[in-house]
Design a protein around this ligand. Structure first.
Ligand SMILES: [Mg+2]
Length: 466
């Protein structure tokens, strides 16, 4: 149905997570998980919701950038925008003046993530499909035209992408049926935040094992002795069959999906995340000292822009059986392109809204598949789990065709603020979003916005009064 974009509204929504230590790591010690949220309105009742994630102060600056970008959509015909989402992305990304305050990085780029995602949400809702389904049902030609391709054709051409997608097209329905039945593999981060006591880490780890998870992530980098101590606590639980859920049997650590992951005797895998605290030589030395707890990979060992630094760390840690992962702060597809070209990563951790929305994510999914690198999206934040299940489903069904080596981050908080919260089945895997009206699953409850909007939401007004 013909529709025109008539306007938008933004909300600066902040949750007081700093009170509990949720989300704490070696770099980010005081986070109020926040959403720079946008809703696009049309001349019909179709709307589109999008957001990008921040950790508190500065969320208002992102909202200001979102308003600048969303303004560029007002008056546009939605069907024309949907007909070539790659071209639409280029248009949004190429404002002759706003481009200067990037280009394609920082505040303006994460703001574009919110706006592009809102437009994809609107597109999916208008077709009465969840976002992942809208995209996996596209022809290979349509999917390629929806992708941001500028500046990456030295790594992958449109023709190569098309051939890859065509090779997977005939078996999409099988994979869709399989993942609907089994769910998508997940891992849990919530047990291992730095701000938690040993007792809380142990309790949360036991609960996670009982909930069916077998990949676990722990934050490291503030103090090696304490990292080793917490790592041993976690390993002592995840490697011990007595904690497995009733009826569950240990997984074979040599099974193909666990090979190379340093899995323990029950098939459990531990990952560690330093959130960028080290210089390159320091990262290598520190992580060597954690060999005993057998991590699969070290995530974000150093500055996110340091592509060759990641390559050096990966090379140095290879003899220890420890890989390198990064991506949640990789600010655009060109950084991912170079990480792949430089053989700097074992695991590609796309972020749903640091990259500038679905169109740019598609370009990274295609490159990662071409280079044979596993995609395990980042989801430590508010709304990110809701987003990323869609991206992993697109990766599995339409792009890479694999999921059993992949794991999608799951963080168990703040889901109650969303109309279509993500969910995990009894085997510790994400359920497939399946509501015809949920779009990209990111619509927030109006009363959550009213309560947590900064600075005048009811929560913040009463917090200030205390
Ligand atoms: Mg991380």
């Amino acid at each position: 149905m013909a529709a025109t974009i008539t306007g938008f509204e933004t909300h600066d929504v902040r949750f007081p997570t700093s009170l509990t230590g949720d989300g704490t790591d070696a770099m980010n010690t005081d986070c109020d998980y926040s959403s720079a949220y946008v809703t696009l309105f049309t001349s019909t009742d179709i709307v589109g919701h999008g957001m990008t994630f921040t950790i508190g102060r500065g969320n208002d600056i992102v909202c200001a950038a979102i308003r600048e970008l969303a303004q560029r959509l007002v008056g546009k015909d939605t069907e024309e925008l949907f007909a070539n989402m790659g071209k639409t992305w280029d248009y949004l990304n190429a404002d002759p003046q706003l481009r200067w305050i990037g280009p394609e990085k920082g505040v303006i780029h994460i703001a574009l993530g919110a706006v592009n995602n809102a437009l994809w949400d609107m597109y999916a809702r208008s077709r009465k499909k969840p976002l992942w389904k809208l995209i996996v049902d596209m022809t290979p030609e349509e999917l390629v035209s929806a992708t941001a391709f500028r500046y990456i054709t030295d790594a992958i051409t449109r023709e190569e992408a098309l051939a890859m997608l065509q090779a997977k097209a005939a078996t999409k329905a099988e994979r869709e049926a399989r993942v609907r039945e089994l769910g998508y593999p997940a891992y849990v981060t919530s047990a291992g935040w730095l701000g938690y006591s040993d007792e809380k880490v142990a309790r949360l780890t036991r609960e996670a094992v009982e909930a069916g998870f077998n990949h676990f992530k722990m934050k490291v980098g503030a103090d090696r002795d304490s990292d080793l101590r917490r790592g041993k606590i976690i390993r002592s639980i995840i490697d011990d069959p007595q904690y497995l859920p009733p009826g569950a049997t240990p997984r074979d650590p040599d099974a193909p999906e666990l090979r190379g992951k340093n899995a323990g005797p029950t098939g459990a895998v531990l990952m560690i995340d330093a959130n960028q605290v080290w210089d390159v030589p320091q990262a290598i030395e520190y992580v060597k000292g954690l060999e005993e707890i057998k991590p699969w990979f070290i995530e974000e060992p150093t500055a996110p822009d340091d592509i060759l630094g990641h390559a050096a760390i990966r090379k140095a840690l290879k003899p220890y059986g420890i890989g390198v992962a990064t991506g949640e702060h990789a600010h655009n597809r060109m950084v991912f392109k170079q990480l792949l070209q430089a053989e700097a990563i074992d695991v590609c951790q796309i972020d749903s809204c640091r990259l500038a929305g679905v169109s740019e994510v598609l370009s990274v999914l295609l490159m990662a598949a071409k280079f044979g690198v596993t995609v395990c999206p980042h989801a430590g934040g508010v709304g990110l789990c809701e987003y990323v299940i869609h991206l992993s489903l697109i990766d599995y069904i339409a792009v890479s065709g694999t999921m059993e080596r992949n794991v999608l981050e799951f963080v168990d908080h703040l889901h109650e603020h969303f109309l279509y919260p993500c969910s995990i089945n009894k085997n510790g895997r994400y359920n497939v979003p399946n509501d015809a009206n949920e779009g990209y699953s990111i619509e927030m409850h109006k009363n959550s916005i009213a309560e947590y909007e900064w600075p005048n939401g009811s929560y913040w007004v009463s917090a200030k009064a205390k």
